[in-house]
Write a protein of this length. Structure first.
Length: 300
C-alpha cells in the first residue's frame, strides 16, 4: 500500500519538534500513556526525538482497574522492550482510600474518576507539563486545544484563555503550581495515525484488529461482555466479529463491526468511514458537552 510519505514525515517532524520543545522548556515533563494507538505513536516519536538516548522523562498511565487485559499486557511488554520508566496511578486505590466515589448502576463507569487520580499524580510528581495523545479531529472540545494548553493551579482548563501560537512559537511560562497539557499529535487525523503506524510497522495491541468477542449492544454502542459491566435483563450477549477504534475503560469503550484483521485493511476501513472514532464512546454520550466539561476539570 502506498502512502503520502512526505505528508507523514512533515507530521512526524512537527510532533518531534513539539516533544523536544517540552523537554527544553519544562523541568519535569511526563508523557501520558493509555496503551492506545495515539499514546503508542507519541511514545514512538519520543524515542525518535532523543535517539540513541532513552526517553528522558517518565510515562504515566492512569489505570482504572477496568482496562482490557490485552492493554495492560501490551503496556508492560512495551515498557520492558523500550526501557522506559512507567508510573501507574490507580483508580482502585483512590476508591479504596476514599479519594473518589465509585458510580453505581448499569451505566456506572470509572472513566471520569481518572481525573482526580491524574491530578494527584501530577501533583505528587511535581510535573509541570503532561503530554497527551489527543488530536483535534477526535472531538469538538479537543479541537479547541492549542499545542501548549495552560492549566491553572487546580488543573482546570479555560478554553477562552489560551495563548496564540504564531510561527510555531510556544509560550510555556507559568506560575508556580500551574502546568501545561501538551498535544504533539494535534494536527494528525485518525487516518494519518494509521498510515504512519503501518508505514513504520509499529507494534499495536491486537484489540485494534478484527477478532471474535462476546458483545452486547446498549444505546447503539457495542460493548464487550465482561465482569465489570452488569447487563440488563433485556440485554443478550452474542459472539461478534469486531475491533476497537479507541481503547479505554471497558465500561465505556465501544467496538465496531469489522473484518479488518490487518493494519492495511484497517487503513482502508478508516479511509472510508464517516463517523469519528469516539462515536462509540459511551462516556461522550452522557451530554452534549460531556468531553468539554471533563476537560475543564482536568481530564486528559
Amino acid at each position: 500500500m502506498k502512502y503520502n510519505v512526505s505528508h507523514l514525515k512533515e507530521l512526524e517532524a512537527e510532533s518531534i519538534y513539539v516533544i523536544r520543545e517540552v523537554a527544553a522548556q519544562f523541568e519535569r515533563p511526563v508523557l501520558l500513556f493509555s496503551g492506545g494507538k495515539d499514546s503508542i505513536l507519541m511514545t514512538y516519536l519520543a524515542q525518535k526525538a532523543f535517539y540513541p538516548a532513552r526517553i528522558p522523562f517518565p510515562l504515566l498511565h492512569i489505570d482504572t482497574g477496568h482496562n482490557f487485559p490485552e492493554t495492560i499486557k501490551f503496556r508492560d511488554e512495551m515498557m520492558e522492550r523500550i526501557g522506559a520508566r512507567l508510573i501507574v496511578g490507580s483508580v482502585q486505590n483512590a476508591i479504596d482510600t476514599g479519594m473518589v466515589t465509585e458510580e453505581k448502576g448499569y451505566n456506572a463507569s470509572r472513566n471520569g474518576l481518572q481525573t482526580a487520580v491524574l491530578l494527584d499524580e501530577l501533583e505528587k510528581g511535581k510535573f509541570d507539563a503532561a503530554m497527551g495523545g489527543a488530536r483535534r479531529d477526535e472531538e469538538k472540545a479537543r479541537a479547541k486545544e492549542r499545542f501548549f494548553s495552560h492549566r491553572d493551579e487546580f488543573g482546570q482548563w479555560d478554553p477562552k484563555n489560551q495563548r496564540p501560537e504564531l510561527w510555531t512559537l510556544f509560550n510555556g511560562n507559568k506560575q508556580f503550581g500551574e502546568h501545561f497539557r501538551v498535544f504533539p499529535l494535534s494536527n494528525w487525523t485518525e487516518l494519518d495515525v494509521w498510515q504512519y503506524l503501518a508505514m513504520e510497522q509499529v507494534p499495536l495491541p491486537n484489540l485494534y484488529l478484527a477478532h471474535k468477542r462476546d458483545c452486547f449492544i446498549r444505546d447503539g454502542v457495542i460493548l464487550a461482555k465482561t465482569d465489570v459491566i452488569p447487563m440488563k435483563p433485556t440485554e443478550k450477549a452474542e459472539e461478534m466479529l469486531v475491533r476497537f477504534r479507541t481503547i479505554g475503560d471497558m465500561t465505556c469503550t465501544g467496538a465496531v463491526y469489522s473484518d479488518a484483521d490487518t493494519i492495511e485493511k484497517v487503513v482502508e476501513e478508516v479511509a472510508a468511514v464517516r463517523t469519528t472514532e469516539r462515536g462509540g464512546r459511551a462516556d461522550d454520550k452522557r451530554s452534549e458537552t460531556a468531553m468539554e466539561d471533563r476537560k475543564k476539570h482536568g481530564y486528559f
